[in-house]
Design a protein around this ligand. Structure first.
Ligand SMILES: Nc1ncnc2c1ncn2[C@@H]1O[C@H](COP(=O)(O)OP(=O)(O)OP(=O)(O)O)[C@@H](O)[C@H]1O
Ligand SMILES: [Mg+2]
Length: 411
């Protein structure tokens, strides 16, 4: 996908703004983010939105505008400043270039000149070397069977990390994580997906719902309709961006191998695979492990956690591990009253009842994961073909898509 050329316009008045806006509208690459003649307001917008270009119109008294160009040049060096004026005398052009403008546009704008200038801005944008991006660690808490306690464990794992963490509700049609944290989100992943090309720290903070100084929730959409518009590519891009803002990104995906879940699991550094010790859940976990193998996930990416564990369960643990072919990393004890009380309180148990056995075990699991030497994925590539092939087969997004064969997965 070609990135749009984002532009902000500082005009000298309404007519001047309309003139520039209609010229820009003729170029399919341009996305106009903001415009007007209030330089203070536009300055804030430029610093916040970091557009590819800022067009600054020079009026009769160009001194103010030239100072503005100088300021932008210092404070927003990745934005290419284009000065624009009816008076295209060598003096005016020279002054604006000296102030730091990269280009000059003569008003009224001619189509050819605009194309040339925008081509150069596109080259300039493409050549910008980004500062090295921070890489948060992404942990997906997954179960191929509903009701095993994945949302409960995801919430508590997220609350147990002593670092900036975002918990992401990927049950797009029926997310229930706000209940676990007792919050009422105003925005959701749908807003994040819609604005994915211009997500910076400030915009991300405005879309997540804070729970504490360390933990925020990126909620599922409130309307099922907006969930339908979210594509796996959007989720992939949003998650990539979250990695740059948070130290931990904890995902609570659906219990199916739908395209959105695959986009998330693909990208996760670790998958905490949750099961309960009953035959259907164990079988389902074994099939999930087989699918992970076919998807090419290394086994070290998967950590098995038994939830609702009790000594009374007369299944031999060794046999279960042998059946799954993997060791079990953690055993979260069964204590319905304690678990439900924390959910009803809207407070993670690791906070509301930190000495309970469940809380202690979840903290231990969080520590084990935090200190394990699994390397964070370098630069995961989106596997659109794979997600699309799965997606085509989905009768509806929420349907169980478990019986995929290796040919269906295009592996
Ligand atoms: N260790 C536990 N002991 C007892 N009850 C538990 C435990 N963990 C979770 N539960 C209970 O299990 C129920 C389901 O938990 P949760 O909603 O986290 O599961 P889920 O796998 O996310 O389910 P869903 O299919 O709705 O996504 C909750 O009522 C919760 O209180
Ligand atoms: Mg759940």
């Amino acid at each position: 996908m070609t990135q749009p050329l984002t532009v902000v316009v500082l005009s000298t008045g309404l007519d001047n703004f309309k003139e520039i806006r209609s010229a820009l509208a003729t170029d399919g690459r341009v996305q106009l983010l903001a415009g007007g003649n209030d330089s203070d307001q536009l300055h804030e917008e430029i610093v916040r939105l970091k557009p590819a270009a800022a067009i600054i119109a020079l009026g009769g008294n160009s001194e103010q505008a030239l100072k503005f160009i100088q300021r932008l040049n210092l404070e927003s060096p990745r934005t290419a400043v284009i000065s624009a004026a009816h008076n295209a005398s060598p003096d005016v052009i020279l002054q604006s270039l000296r102030a730091g403008a990269r280009e000059f546009l003569r008003l009224p704008i001619s189509q050819d000149e605009l194309t040339t200038v925008l081509d150069r801005v596109a080259d300039f944008s493409a050549g910008q070397v980004e500062a090295p991006k921070k890489k948060g660690r992404m942990i997906a808490v997954f179960s191929s069977k509903g009701g095993c306690g994945t949302s409960f464990i995801a919430t508590n794992l997220a609350a147990a990390t002593a670092a900036r963490t975002v918990l992401v509700d990927l049950n797009l049609q029926a997310g229930d994580l706000p209940l676990f944290l007792g919050v009422e989100p105003k925005y959701s992943i749908a807003d994040m997906a819609e604005n994915r090309t211009r997500l910076d720290d400030a915009l991300i903070s405005s879309f997540v719902t804070p729970y504490s100084s360390n933990l925020s929730l990126l909620a599922a959409p409130r309307e099922a309709d907006s969930a339908d518009e979210i594509e796996p590519e959007h989720v992939f891009e949003v998650l990539q961006r979250l990695r740059e803002s948070y130290e931990y990104i904890v995902l609570d995906p659906q219990h199916t191998f739908d395209s959105i879940t695959l986009a998330a699991l693909d990208q996760a550094d670790e998958i905490v695979l949750v099961l309960t010790l009953d035959i259907p859940a164990i079988r389902s976990t074994q099939r999930a492990l087989e699918i992970f193998d076919r998807l090419g996930y290394p086994r070290k990416k998967v950590r098995i956690v038994v939830n609702r564990w009790s000594k009374q369960i007369d299944l031999e643990l060794r046999q279960v591990e042998k059946f799954l072919g993997e060791p079990v990393l953690g055993f979260v004890p069964s204590d319905y009253q304690t678990a439900v009380t924390s959910i009803n309180l809207g407070q993670p148990l690791v906070e509301s009842n930190e000495n309970s056995k469940i809380a202690m075990e979840i903290r231990r699991i969080a520590r084990t994961i935090a200190t394990s030497a699994v390397s964070v994925q370098e630069e995961p590539k989106p596997r659109r073909a794979l997600w699309k092939s799965i997606f085509k087969r989905e009768p509806a997004r929420n349907q169980l898509e478990f019986q995929v064969s290796s040919t269906d997965l295009s592996l």
